[in-house]
Design a protein around this ligand. Structure first.
Ligand code: SF4
Length: 412
């Protein structure tokens, strides 16, 4: 990762209002300036592009040909849209030039920037380059290629095709999904009561294992809002969407709590990808389960180590396989497992999010009700099953990763 000083001596902006600007080497242009100038720009003069985080980079196409540098702007460090732009530029648009993060860029963002394919950063004033380098070094042993440069298989064309239907059904917006139904307040009170009981029963040894899906966000909000002594942890499989990863700083800033992260062992992933390829999970159920085992199940064991109890956001309504989840049970390893949202409906979850302005994964607005790893998740059509977008190429089975295998009843 290259660190660019606050006043970049190499790349300099063209004066505002000059349209088209005069060609010169290492000019940094806004999109409007470049649109006006690109037709007559000499190929030998390197040009850079400054993009707001509202620009649809997927639509830039030929405008990026010959662009040597794209600068993506973070107006706030909690705003994750530039991560998504970076991922799209590399994986879908095929942009080959350098990518810089600028604006409200702080030290904590460095590992995430690197994983999303940024080549260089311009830190916010007052941020220490020394600390930033340390943050990168701390995560230097990361276990796989950048997420941004991993082939994307979540079918963006399908998501685009589904968008009008989602909008018509009101499912493309938070307000459209949120609905207050009778008994909502009681269900919130029951969930909170269960969480309080669980925290009291396992002092210092209970954790919420969140996938950062919307149910997990509701539980984290309940825990933080009521100051419950429960740790919050997640699995960073190394294959998550940028939109999912962007929730980590958002949670930490909003609630002032630390989310513990558990990643797969680097060598396991490298060996697996080397032997079977990055998209091995598509070739057979066995390979898919092997991938889930090393990216999810093994880190989950470490997440639960030293803990007596855990909390998850599974709901009965989500699938046939989950239709029987109780409020509480003992898992196969003898730990207490709590399901505070077992009785909640999808409308309840979104009503709670709406009411309390809980941060959530923006993929939910694009037709992703259930969000897992990027290569194994896609948007679903209105009316399709909640889990239809997970491992959709598999015909049979429960399409679960094994994290929530329920204890089997003893034979009589
Ligand atoms: S969901 Fe897909 S990428 Fe993630 S661990 Fe399972 S098989 Fe691997």
């Amino acid at each position: 990762m290259h660190f660019v000083p606050a006043h970049d001596p190499v790349w300099t902006s063209a004066a505002d209002g000059l349209a088209p600007p005069q060609p010169r080497a290492n000019a940094l242009l806004t999109l409007a300036q470049w649109q006006a100038a690109c037709a007559g720009w000499p190929a030998e003069l390197p040009v850079g592009l400054l993009l707001d985080n509202t620009v649809d980079v997927g639509a830039l196409g030929a405008l990026l040909e010959g662009v040597a540098l794209v600068v993506l702007h973070f107006p706030k460090w909690t705003d994750g849209r530039a991560y998504s732009q970076a991922r799209l530029l590399h994986s879908r648009v095929g942009y080959q030039g350098r990518l810089r993060a600028a604006g409200d860029v702080i030290v904590d963002m460095l590992p995430l920037l690197q994983r999303n394919g940024f080549d260089e950063v311009q830190l916010r004033a007052g941020q220490s380059e020394f600390e930033a380098r340390r943050a990168l070094h701390y995560f230097a042993g990361h276990y796989q290629d950048d997420v941004a440069r991993t082939p994307v298989t979540d079918d963006p064309e399908r998501a685009a095709r589904l968008r009008p239907a989602l909008a018509r059904r009101g499912q493309a917006s938070l307000a459209g999904r949120a609905r207050r139904t009778p008994g909502f307040e009681q269900r919130v009170a029951q969930a909170l009561h269960l969480l309080r009981q669980a925290a009291a029963a396992h002092p210092g040894r209970i954790v919420q294992a969140t996938s950062l899906g919307v149910e997990g966000m509701v539980i984290t909000d309940l825990i933080a809002r009521h100051g419950l002594p429960v740790d919050v942890a997640t699995l960073d499989t190394g294959a998550l969407h940028a939109e999912t990863l962007a929730l980590l700083p958002a949670i930490e800033q909003r609630y002032g709590i630390r989310v513990e992260r558990f990643a797969p062992r680097p060598l396991d992933v490298q060996r697996f990808v080397h032997e079977h390829g990055a998209l091995a999970m598509r070739r057979s159920v066995e390979l898919r389960q092997a991938c889930c085992a090393l990216r999810k199940l093994e880190p989950m064991q470490r997440l639960l180590q030293g803990r007596d109890a855990w909390i998850t956001g599974l709901r009965r309504e989500q699938s046939e396989h989950r239709a029987q989840v109780p409020l509480q049970e003992v898992d196969g390893d003898g730990r207490s497992k709590y399901y505070p949202l077992a009785h909640w409906s999808e409308a309840d979850v979104w009503h709670y999010v709406h009411l309390h302005e809980v941060p959530y994964n923006l993929l939910h607005d694009q037709g992703f009700p259930s969000i897992g790893c990027q290569p194994c998740t896609r948007a679903v059509a209105p009316g399709e099953d909640f889990r239809a977008g997970r491992w959709w190429w598999e015909q049979d089975g429960q399409r679960e990763c094994g994290l929530h295998s329920r204890p089997q009843p003893l034979a009589a």
